[in-house]
Design a protein around this ligand. Structure first.
Ligand code: NAD
Length: 443
């Protein structure tokens, strides 16, 4: 194992010598080629995700489409990566800056977006001239291996991207290796803090996207589609996305719509991801199911009411699957264990408050700051909300506001450690360092 990991670093280090001197147009061309090949393979990629992770066909399709958009964004490097210049700073003297690659970069990714998360990292890193080592999630590495074959077919030289498999050992190895210059991490709090602290201590640049608890605020004037959108955002991907709306805060009279939430949630079809009628697939593992069910039970024990109990659904033909049907807890309070911990499953926790100010206070008191949404017809309520919540991604009548890749994925507080976010301009800045040249050519 150790020697394979060493080999990966050596191969990335050797490849950097030539790849970093390859013209930016040639690097961009490889990404263009990769995009074409990936586009032809969206269905097989989605099928692999469904097979390994359990996500429904529909959700897997959306993921690979998102992943493709990220690849397309990396093709903008020839404008995105431009430096600055200032002519005539003194007689016959000009100054300019340009962006240079860092060297060998590495990424550690979570299970829940097995193509999208690695592609937050790889295309931008390599188009900037770096070489890369990926440690995918041990739970579903298949789709990423398909992407590796596509990169090879796209003309990427050997050694520019390398994959090492495993659980913790390769993570520690990457954090400690002196030739790894930057680390990108996406996953849970424990791993994210570990990588950030160990990587920084070893002098590396680190970006770390971690856990989340996203709140959806339903105002009394929310339009008729809002509850349906909330249901989609809460139960889509079986609640296993960091932008899941897992807490619904009903403000004032909006609480009269809680029965509508329950009725709509009951209609969701639970089935294996590859079945065409599946709207909600299994969670990723039996351990995950057990963890989620225990948290739901803790909520009940601490005084919440279970108004929709999906803990033991019967899914014909898949009796041993890790299924949890839509589950709704009402009367949830901030001090309950189920609220304080990340659920990461198909569970919506319902809270009620009297005012928007109270809703904002709840959101800002939560340790996470990944995403939040307001459903309202009022521009002033929406404006107040967007300015006062201390959260990275904000949706106004948009239930899952995952930013397009030309913007950064801007989680804050407990959801992010580092200075430069993934994707967007910051994503490019993360993978480059600036050189500033002051030159004097006497007339
Ligand atoms: P995870 O932390 O279990 O695993 C993520 C990666 O880190 C894997 O490659 C794993 O092998 C490694 N790892 C796990 N524990 C580690 C540890 N203690 N030390 C070092 N490495 C470790 O996460 P997961 O279950 O794969 O993914 C779900 C989590 O990821 C949730 O918490 C979710 O909110 C988070 N997530 C966050 C974002 C975001 O952008 N904020 C996006 C997707 C997922």
């Amino acid at each position: 194992m150790k020697s394979e990991m060493q080999e990966a670093v050596q191969s990335a280090k050797d490849a950097f010598k030539t790849w970093s001197h390859t013209s930016i147009m040639a690097r961009q061309q490889v990404i263009f080629n990769f995009r074409e090949i990936m586009k032809k393979n969206l269905k097989p990629l989605a099928a692999k995700i469904t097979e390994e992770e359990g996500k429904t066909w529909g959700n897997a399709d959306k993921e690979v489409f998102r992943a493709l958009q990220i690849v397309e964004h990396a093709c903008s490097i020839t404008t995105l990566g431009m430096g600055e210049s200032l002519a005539g700073i003194a007689k016959d003297m000009d100054a300019f800056s340009f962006r240079a690659p860092l060297g060998v970069c590495a990424g550690i990714s979570a299970f829940n977006f097995p193509t999208m998360i690695p592609l937050w990292m790889i295309p931008m890193s390599i188009v900037c001239g770096n070489t890369f080592i990926l440690k995918p999630s041990e739970r579903d590495p298949g789709a990423v291996m398909m992407l590796m074959e596509m990169l090879q077919e796209a003309g990427l030289p050997n050694g520019v991207v390398n994959v090492i498999h495993g659980t913790f050992e390769p993570v520690t190895f990457l954090c400690d290796h002196p030739d790894v210059k930057a680390l990108s991490f996406v996953g849970s709090d424990a791993g994210g803090k570990y990588v950030y602290e160990r990587g920084c201590k070893n002098g590396k640049r680190v970006q770390s996207n971690m856990g989340a608890k996203c709140h959806g605020v339903i105002m009394p004037d929310a339009d008729e589609k809002s509850i349906g959108q909330l249901v989609g955002a809460g139960f889509g991907m079986a609640g296993q996305k960091c932008m899941t709306l897992c807490v619904a805060i009903f403000v004032g009279e909006a609480k009269n719509r809680i029965p509508e939430l329950v009725e709509l949630s009951k209609k969701i079809k639970v089935n294996a991801g590859h079945e065409t009628d599946a709207q909600l697939g299994p969670v990723v593992s039996p351990e995950s199911k057990e963890r989620i069910c225990k948290l739901v039970q803790s909520g009940i024990d601490e005084g919440a009411k279970i108004v929709l109990d999906g803990r033991n659904p019967v899914v014909p033909g898949y009796e041993k699957g890790n299924f949890i049907g839509p589950t709704i807890l009402t009367g949830v309070k901030p001090n309950m264990t189920c609220y304080k911990k990340e659920l990461f499953g198909p569970v919506i926790e319902v809270m009620t408050v009297d005012t928007l100010d109270e809703a904002i206070k709840v959101i800002n008191s939560n340790p996470y700051g990944n995403g939040t949404v307001i459903f309202t017809k009022s521009g002033s309520a929406a404006r107040k909300f967007t300015h006062e919540v201390d959260v990275g991604q904000i949706g106004v009548n948009v239930p899952v506001p995952i930013p397009l890749p030309m913007f950064s994925f801007t989680g804050s507080r407990g959801s992010f450690l580092g200075d430069l976010n993934f994707t967007g301009k910051a994503g490019m800045e993360f993978y480059t360092q600036i050189k500033t040249v002051t030159q004097h050519w006497r007339d």
